[in-house]
Design a protein around this ligand. Structure first.
Ligand code: FES
Length: 204
């Protein structure tokens, strides 16, 4: 049976394991934002970076295949600083004031991690992207000011629901989750299943 070391602990590998999956089985706590176990790895948020012996730079554990005799470190001062800096950057685009998801439903993944890493947006404050997009449908209000562009919503819509109703659009500060030809959701293949809301790690 192939195995690898995670923070000095041996873990048996399963077919197709990523480093993240094997490390979590070994009890490691690795932060993620763009990861959803139901989806193909997105690899965009970079919060899940870990150090692998013999590789000179951190690798995204959610997208990196685990292999025999690998030695992985999931905690170090450098990784902690790196993750906090990333969270600072993400938070710098979040609007001031209470997060509606945190106050109305329960802590969102982003703000739980912000507390854990002591991150805040003020360090990189500047331009912000996004606004609310009310297309008149009675079910879903999209708030791009809370969106972190992890694309879990578009991926779950495509890969799990196979509805292909929402797509990434725009670039930079104009990035947004939209629909083909920017139609309202009622005029798309959206079934209002709620999977996009369910997977969202913020209040977007
Ligand atoms: Fe791995 Fe986002 S969780 S890059």
């Amino acid at each position: 049976m192939a195995d690898m070391l995670v923070d000095g602990r041996r873990v048996e590998l399963r077919d197709g394991d990523t480093v993240l999956e094997a490390a979590r089985r070994a009890g490691a706590r690795i932060p993620t934002l763009c990861y959803d176990p139901r989806l193909e790895p997105g690899g965009s948020c970079r919060l899940c970076l870990v150090e692998v012996e013999g590789i000179g730079w951190p690798v995204p554990s959610c997208a990196y295949p685990a292999s025999e005799a690998m030695a992985v470190r999931t905690r170090s001062d450098a990784l902690h600083r790196f993750r906090r800096d990333l969270l600072d950057l993400v938070l710098s685009e979040q609007p001031d004031g209470e997060c509606p998801r945190c106050t109305q439903i329960g802590p969102c993944e982003l703000h739980l991690l912000a507390v854990e890493y002591g991150a805040w947006g003020g360090r990189f404050s500047g331009a912000q992207s996004g606004a609310r997009a009310d297309d008149g449908n009675p079910f879903i209000l999209r708030d791009y000011s809370r969106c972190i562009y992890c694309y879990r919503c578009t991926r779950v819509c495509n890969e799990v629901e196979q509805a292909h109703a929402i797509v990434p659009g725009g670039r930079g500060f104009d990035s947004r989750i939209t629909t083909l030809l920017n139609r309202g959701l009622m005029d798309t293949s959206c079934t209002f299943c709620g999977q996009c809301i369910n997977t969202c790690p913020t209040g977007a």
